[in-house]
Design a protein around this ligand. Structure first.
Ligand SMILES: [Zn+2]
Length: 146
């Protein structure tokens, strides 16, 4: 009997589902706090806020490609900032009223992990005037090969 799963076409994004215990097992405590509990790393402390390396940024929890260095810009806000995700369906959006103000939370579409927030109309000189303010710890940079 052939039990090989049918390969999924690249366009259909696979959902990643893990139990809370599995996430705790896989992620470091700091990664878990941000990715699974929507905490925020302190500004200017993350690995990638000032990184200019060419490459793609993947979800640290599930490895899905989320952003690329082409859309990364210097916002000087202390977190990696992008003016667009790699693809429209790479991320999902949720309303977040946690701090008494309404913000739009950004999550990985594949595994539902917290990435950061998106802000709009701040006057940055970018094609969209959006700032995807993403925690470094939610990402893994995979540098392009020369
Ligand atoms: Zn993910």
């Amino acid at each position: 009997m052939d039990t090989t799963p049918t390969p999924t076409p690249d366009s259909a994004r696979e959902k990643v589902r893990r139990s809370d215990a599995e996430w705790r097992d896989q992620l470091s405590p700091d990664e878990y706090r941000v990715l699974r509990e929507a905490s925020t790393e302190r500004a200017f402390t993350g690995e990638y806020w000032d990184t200019h390396t060419k490459g793609s940024y993947r979800c640290r929890a599930c490895g899905a490609e989320l952003f690329t260095s082409r859309e990364k810009f210097d916002s000087h806000c202390g977190w990696p900032s992008f003016w667009a995700p790699l693809a429209d369906d790479a991320v999902v959006y949720l309303r977040d009223r946690a701090l008494g103000m309404e913000r739009i939370e950004v999550r990985c579409a594949a595994c539902d992990s917290h990435l950061g927030h998106v802000f709009e109309g701040e006057g940055y000189d970018t094609p969209t005037d959006q700032r995807y303010c993403i925690n470094s710890i939610s990402l893994t940079l995979v540098p392009d090969e020369d």
